[in-house]
Structure formats: C-alpha cells, structure tokens
Design a protein around this ligand. Structure first.
Ligand SMILES: [Zn+2]
Length: 186
C-alpha cells in the first residue's frame, strides 16, 4: 500500500501549535480525530484535535498520560466512534538549548508506544527558539516548518509499517500560513 498523505485541517494545525506553545519547555500531548479516505489514494484526514489535560509533564522529559485518563478516553472513543473517530496522537518535542534538547523526531520510546497503541499515526511538533527567518511552508519531505514570534516549529507525521516506522507527508491549506503573519507584516 502506498504511504498515506496526512491532511491537517487549518484549525487542527493551529491547535497543535497552540498546545506546543502553551506547555513551552514541557511536552504537550493530545489526540487526533478524523477519518481514512481510501477513494483517491490513501489519505488520513485530521478533522479535530483535543489536548489531554491530565498529563504528568516535566521539563525535558516525556509526558506521561495516566492509565485512568487513558482508560476514560478509550471508553469515550469506543462508545462514540462517530463523534470521536480516533486516528492517533500528537505531542511536542521542546528543543531549547543543547542542555534541554529533546530527541528530534520519533524516539525509541515513541516508537514503542506507537507500536503498542492502535494509532494510525503520530504527529510530533518540534518547538525551539528561532534564529533568523523561517517562512511557514510545507517542505518537500512533507514536514510543516515555520516561525512564530521567537519560536520555530517543525511538524512531522509518522506511522508504523511492519517492524519499522515511516515518515508521512503532511498537507495543510497554505492560506493558514498567511494568518500567522504579524499584522505589521501584512
Ligand atoms: Zn516523543
């Protein structure tokens, strides 16, 4: 099967950025909801994202979701799959200095967690201090990168294929990038 392309609705993209900024040097963690569209090529369409509030966050450390909260969310997904069509998870990798640098990309722990879950994908957002300009764009490799205020971002999507993982291409309406410009830059 060809690699699925991941379509991220503008609001979902903005919510992921918001989540990563909110928790700053600590990881944010959330759930991706949406659907698989197999009609014209394979697509994963992310239609909603929800940040998980009951997460144990520590600076420079992976966030942990309590078993009780995970059980409640799984029950919700099971009972109302039309309202909460589970696709996967997102979390941030804060990267602020060489001392506080989180592993970029999918870590071994992330890979293990993804293998154990029934997630179809995982989005990881790297967030760090910006230096120089970095206009918002979708790179050729499918990563979404850009700068907002003094933060820089890189969003990557992954899924599991057999015994390994692969990077998936992200897509978002480029119109949302124009909204991220400062009013003085318009
Ligand atoms: Zn991670």
């Amino acid at each position: 099967m060809s690699k699925p392309v991941v379509y991220l609705r503008s609001e979902c993209f903005l919510n992921i950025i918001f989540g990563a900024i909110d928790t700053g040097k600590k990881e944010c963690l959330g759930v991706l909801f949406g659907r698989e569209d197999k009609r014209s090529g394979s697509k994963l369409v992310i239609e909603n994202v929800c940040e998980i509030q009951s997460v144990c966050k520590r600076t420079n450390c992976a966030s942990h979701h309590s078993r009780a909260s995970a059980d409640r969310i799984n029950k919700l997904i099971e009972c109302a799959p039309e309202a909460f069509p589970f696709l996967g998870y997102f979390h941030s990798h804060p990267q602020w200095s060489s001392k506080e640098r989180h592993y970029p990309g999918l870590s071994e722990g992330d890979f293990d967690a993804l293998k154990r879950s029934n997630a179809k994908l995982e989005i990881i957002v790297d967030i760090g201090r910006a230096s120089g300009s970095c206009p918002w764009m979708v790179r050729q490799n499918g990563a979404i990168v850009g700068r907002l205020a003094n933060w820089r971002f890189a969003l990557h999507a992954y899924n599991i294929t057999g015994d390994t993982w692969q990077k998936l291409k992200l897509k978002v309406d480029p119109g949302v990038f124009l909204k991220l410009r400062k009013p003085t830059e318009k």
